[in-house]
Design a protein. Structure first.
Length: 333
């Protein structure tokens, strides 16, 4: 087998490992609310979420994948070392934040790492400003949209069911939360798996296997399969943070949070923006908690999470840049 094919296969394998870690790290986004409200057991919840993570392969396009693969970094500066450096930055940061139970964005770790390796190779001319503008705007917008949608949905539910006995509301929303968890997991898979698709397509383009940048369907299936398997493994440290440390959730508030976050993700996916599912669901959880009273939200925990968000892109950028420089010194292509 030619050396190039071996290297390409190895990098694709590492990209799928990142996708697996993405699912593992971000499983909390999909199941924390439904587990904390005891609508599903943890085992059943990860199966439910993983199924819809994979089904998303057949429901949404590849606009986000194309943005990540060719809309943020000049595809002509992409080499095997750039891709490997970017993946290393994302994987290392994901594992660090998983260890400390911090729900940070795997998406932003990946694009930060990809940018760091590309800049280390070709300078800031490698960055495509137009692709970054939408992404940076949605770093702010996605938690705000999630928070606003969660707050409005929860307020609307309070008003609509104000005369309904709480026991009946709880019974209804235990069933409805299965729907909202599925809706969120579908959108989580649709947006997050596409980032890895873009990276794999970039590798194939750099290796000369594609004349024009596109996303083969086998790449779509592989990425969704990897993220679904990662979700099945479950990142329990982060699930605890998301499900109980930010605010106390009931089935009705879990439904509102998942639906609000899913709407934020759906908006970003349709616009082709690689947005953070973590930002969206965290914002939505804060929003539903604030409908009870502001003190119902543990703002100290929320502040720690925000600091981790702010550090994600710079940290992955620096790790990836250092990795690329080490590979360059070793003579890697």
């Amino acid at each position: 087998m030619p050396t190039t094919a071996i290297v390409v296969g190895g990098i694709i394998f590492i990209a799928l490992i990142f996708d697996y870690i993405n699912g593992f790290h971000d499983a909390a986004n999909s199941i924390a609310t439904v587990v904390s409200t005891r609508v599903l057991s943890p085992g059943k919840a990860v199966i439910w979420a993983a199924f819809f993570n994979f089904v998303a392969a057949f429901t949404f396009g590849t606009a986000v994948a194309k943005t990540v693969g060719s809309g943020m970094i000049d595809i002509h500066v992409v080499t095997f070392a750039v891709v490997f450096g970017g993946l290393t930055g994302a994987i290392v940061w994901d594992l660090i934040t998983w260890y400390f139970g911090l729900p940070t964005s795997s998406s932003h770790a990946l694009i930060g790492g990809y940018a760091g390796a590309a800049v280390a190779k070709a300078g800031f001319a490698a960055i495509i400003p137009a692709g970054w503008t939408k992404t940076l705007i949605f770093i702010v917008l996605s938690p705000v949209i999630g928070l606003s949608a969660g707050l409005l949905i929860m307020t609307g539910i309070f008003w609509i069911f104000r005369w309904t006995p709480p026991s009946r509301v709880d019974r209804w929303f235990r069933r409805l939360q299965l729907v909202s968890a599925a809706f969120f997991s579908l959108n989580h898979g649709a947006n997050d798996a596409q980032k890895t698709m873009g990276i794999i397509a970039g590798v194939l383009f750099a290796a000369g296997y594609m004349r024009t940048f596109s996303i083969p369907f086998w790449v779509v299936l592989a990425a969704h399969g990897a993220i679904a398997l990662g979700t099945l493994a479950g990142g329990w440290r982060i699930i605890h943070t998301m499900g109980s440390k930010i605010t106390k959730l009931q089935p009705v508030s879990g439904f509102a949070a998942e639906t609000g976050a899913a709407l934020a993700l759906l908006t970003a996916t349709q616009l082709g923006v690689p947005v953070s599912t973590t930002h969206a669901i965290t914002g939505a959880i804060v929003g539903v908690g604030a409908t009870r009273r502001l003190s119902a939200v543990r703002w100290g925990v929320a502040r720690q999470i925000v600091w981790a968000w702010l550090l994600t892109i710079p940290a992955a950028f620096l790790i990836a840049a250092a990795t690329y420089k080490a590979l360059a010194l070793a003579g890697a292509p």
